[in-house]
Design a binder for this molecule. Sequence first.
Ligand code: CA
Length: 220
Amino acid sequence: MRLLIVEDDPSIAEPLVSGLERQGYAVTWVKTGVDALNAPEHDLVLLDLGLPDLDGQVVCRRLRERSTVPIVVVTARSDELDRVTLLELGADDYVVKPYGFRELVARIRAVLRRTARDDVGEDPTGRLEVGNLTIDQRTRGVKVGDAELFLTPKEYDLLLLLAEDAGAVFTRDQILRAVWDENWWGSTKTLDVHVASLRKKLGDPSLIETVRGVGYRMRS
Ligand code: CA
């Protein structure tokens, strides 16, 4: 995997480059928007918005105009851009400085996984497949092989969340917020109960892995 890092600040870029190389990525580092636009095609671009020459948003838009390369935007302040602007620019995700290295790597992996899946052709009917599990988002139907499962609405939402980014770890908090709601103050035991019943229905308990002390993930 070849990553293009666009970052003018060496104190940020240098540790980032060596860290990502240690993770096995081939990294090219450029310091300006012009160099970013002149760089050969990469598998992912990590783009700082505060660049010395061009506005990072312009760089993002121009990259997107000519390529489908996944772009993760790095921004200094959380209010610098909202999610809508970001999508309009064509970015796939963003991180806010100062970010943790592990968080960044997790985002990069998630974006690469997501775009790899899109490349093989996301089914326009909204079907999602993980192993022998099929989720039809149009009908909320779930099958293991040919056998249809009957899930409660929450079980379905939980399964879909995990399956949409199989392999990624979701914290208990993320899951509770996504599947229950923003201000859910109930017992987190509810989550374990739902995971247990979902595992039972799936017939393969190892499909949903417990990440001890953190949360859950779907085996990819
Ligand atoms: Ca900068």
